[in-house]
Design a protein around this ligand. Structure first.
Ligand code: NAD
Length: 361
């Protein structure tokens, strides 16, 4: 076994169905009484449910959370929090709402309780990405990590199938990259493999039956583990590519992760034979029984999830491929296989065109 360092992120997790009802006890436990509730405009109903759970004892509700955490929205929310006399923030939603909660919390020191409703994993990380004047910057600080996370499976029942699929693959991407992170360790690898097994088996079931409670439970459990991986070790080529593509060509977050992941894995495969073997075993995609080929597994998973496979379907232009390859190799970062421009260009071209991943990059 290689020597390693392991840092556990502190944080309290409450998991189950109907766990939203534990919020009043959680606030009381932390001696908090005046929460500001956060949501997107699309999840106002869930924020109102939260208000009812708290019998209206809140500082207020701010429902303007939006993708990429723009600082002008954060400033508006900060002013609202101050006027309302909030003593904590409670975010209910996906990565966009949790991002706003983190942005408020790091600026004010207010405790942050997260109630995630997607599989993106932001709730388990000390990472915050923010956008100002069209530029996205990311920072990491232990103080960004939310103190308590309440996972309530019931809230994920309304997550549309398409978003469940792409959000779930976004989570799988965290675990795949955690397995070959520069600072990976045996504990994180255990969580990563368990998270991948849970998601690869449950996501196809959700596509068949979006109301399957058992599949939703398993997916949320997997997402928690994958989020823990993202929050604990460094990411590599796949996450850098998605950051570049999302930021430079305004591509949607979870969908971009879904399209790029098979190709990024195929690119790294020759440098990580042991990880590929473990991944092959962890992939529990129905139809893969007895087979241990991770690239075949991820292609099959995406077919079963009926997701869009090409970045061109989200408006990326063919002439942007060169530009994307240029940006992707401009800042050096750790990756198990050296990042070579021509091969990366071909990787991006395949993702743009919507081809299946092939192990010949
Ligand atoms: P999101 O939060 O943007 O949600 C997408 C849409 O789905 C929104 O309209 C939202 O209101 C809706 N939605 C969410 N849950 C729902 C539910 N259960 N039922 C019905 N509708 C629901 O999507 P996301 O993929 O979770 O988050 C993406 C953002 O999070 C990006 O900005 C990304 O950069 C960030 N992110 C950050 C980290 C981190 O560690 N800092 C990790 C992952 C993602």
């Amino acid at each position: 076994m290689e020597p390693f360092e392991y840092n556990a992120n502190p944080g309290r997790v409450i998991f189950g169905s109907g766990t939203l009802n534990k919020l009043p006890d959680e606030l009381a436990r932390q001696k908090l009484s005046s929460p500001l509730l956060l949501s997107t405009p699309q999840q106002v109903d869930q924020a109102n449910t939260l208000k009812d759970v708290l019998s209206g004892k809140i500082a207020g509700v701010f429902t303007e959370a939006t993708m990429h955490t723009p600082t002008h929205v954060t400033e508006k929310a900060l002013e609202y929090a101050k006027q309302a006399g909030a003593d904590c923030v409670v975010s209910i939603g996906g990565g966009s709402t949790i991002g706003l909660g983190k942005a408020i919390s790091i600026r004010t020191g207010l405790p942050h309780i997260c109630i995630p409703t997607t599989y993106a994993g932001s709730e388990m990380t000390p990472i915050l990405g923010e956008t100002a004047e069209g530029k996205k910057t990311t920072r990491t600080d232990p103080k960004i990590l939310p103190g308590t996370v309440i996972y309530d499976v019931d809230l994920t029942m309304t997550l549309p199938s398409g978003l469940s699929a792409t959000s779930g693959v976004n989570a799988i991407a965290h675990s795949i990259e955690a397995l070959y992170a520069k600072n990976t360790n045996p504990i994180i690898s255990l969580l990563a493999l368990e998270g991948i097994s849970a998601l690869t088996s449950s996501l196809p079931q959700i596509i068949d039956d979006a109301h399957s409670v058992a599949a939703r439970q398993k997916a949320l459990y997997g997402a928690w583990l994958c989020g823990t991986c993202l929050g604990s070790v460094g990411m590599a080529l796949h996450h850098k590519l998605c950051h570049t593509l999302g930021g430079s060509f305004n591509l949607p977050h979870a969908e971009t992760h879904t399209i790029v992941l098979p190709h990024a894995l195929a690119y790294n495969a020759p440098a990580i034979p042991e990880v590929m073997q473990r991944l092959g075993q962890a992939f529990q995609v129905p139809g893969m029984e007895g087979e241990q080929d991770a690239i075949k597994g991820i292609n099959l998973l995406l077919t079963k999830l009926k997701v869009k496979r090409g970045l061109k379907e989200f408006g990326m232009k063919e002439e942007d491929i060169d530009k994307a390859a240029e940006i992707a190799v401009s800042n050096p970062y750790y990756n198990p296989r050296p990042v070579e421009k021509e091969r990366i260009r071909e990787l991006i071209r395949r993702a743009w065109a919507g081809e299946e991943a092939r192990a010949d990059l």
